[in-house]
Write a protein that binds this ligand. Structure first.
Ligand code: PAF
Length: 281
């Protein structure tokens, strides 16, 4: 496995491999890798000739300095896991390599980046789009792999690709969960013992929403879900929304055959957990 810190050297390699007819699969990450990330690597491994992974904690997508500071950093362990998973290339740049000067890009994704996460984390998706665009320019992948756990991020990245005419296929991969249902997240290691015990409530509440949909009014589902999570003294719902999968607008009246997704964010002390579940197929 080769490790790059400089974008020019990585771009040179990517160009050479593409010219030789190799397909490049790319997994952008912020490190603190878990089994969910490795599932993305495995999928990319199966579908491409060259697998490239980036590890970069992107400062401009954090709206709270404390969250950026507390984000887990486990580079040595990450590199071992990637090598074991058969990753070919890792890009782990310093901040100045990605942002040699202050960033000024401003994307317009309409309401896509304003609802849910966007409402509570101002500038977050502009930061995500900026770094993903830069990384795509450097790596020039044929395919890029994203987890469905960050469902809104996935839709924003798809919109970015469409809007900017980027030549990359976005591959969505299912959420990987702990046996008790908690969605894997790099933030889970920050949970206390009690928060960790209570956190699976989030998935239980989503499953309850799935059972209730489409036979109950949306408000009734919302109230039940929020009550179920907030019943735990360790958890506090920030938002719960039922949205159309194709445009993230709220579902008021279910439509047969149209995919709806329940999305939730809850705080466990200073740790913010998000999850989602398709309500129909
Ligand atoms: O999902 C993440 O880990 C990050 O938002 C991403 C896509 C790597 C951009 O920094």
């Amino acid at each position: 496995m080769k490790t790059f810190k400089k974008k020019k050297a990585l771009s040179r390699l990517a160009k050479k491999e593409k010219t030789a007819g190799k397909k490049i699969g790319f997994i952008p990450t912020m490190g603190a890798l878990h089994t969910g990330h490795i599932a993305l690597v495995n999928r990319a491994r199966a579908e491409n000739d060259l697998v490239v992974c980036s590890i970069f904690v992107n400062p401009i997508q954090f709206n709270k300095a404390e969250d950026l500071r507390a984000y887990p950093r486990t580079l040595v362990n990450d590199l071992t896991r990637l090598e074991q998973a058969g990753c070919d290339v890792v890009f782990c740049p310093e901040t100045e390599e990605i942002y040699p000067e202050p960033e000024t890009r401003a994307y317009d994704f309409g309401h896509l980046d304003k609802v849910m996460e966007g409402r509570f984390r101002k500038g977050h998706f502009n930061g995500v789009a900026t770094v993903v665009h830069k990384l795509f320019d450097i790596v020039q992948p044929h395919r890029a792999y994203f987890g469905e756990k960050d469902f809104q991020q996935l839709q924003v990245v798809r919109a970015l690709v469409k809007k900017e005419g980027l030549d990359v296929d976005i591959v969505a991969c299912g959420t990987v969960r702990e046996p008790d249902g908690l969605a894997l997240s790099s933030r889970n290691v920050r949970l206390t013992k009690f928060q960790r015990e209570e956190a699976p409530r989030i998935y239980q509440a989503l499953k309850m929403a799935k059972e209730m949909y489409p036979d109950h009014v949306m408000q009734a589902i919302r109230e039940k879900v929020i009550a179920c999570v907030n019943k735990s003294p360790e958890l506090k719902v920030e938002y719960f929304e039922i949205v159309w999968a194709d445009n993230l607008l709220p579902v008021n009246t279910p439509e047969p055959g149209r995919k709806a997704v329940a999305c939730i964010a809850a705080n466990a002390g200073p740790v913010r957990l998000i999850d989602n579940l398709a309500l129909n197929s």
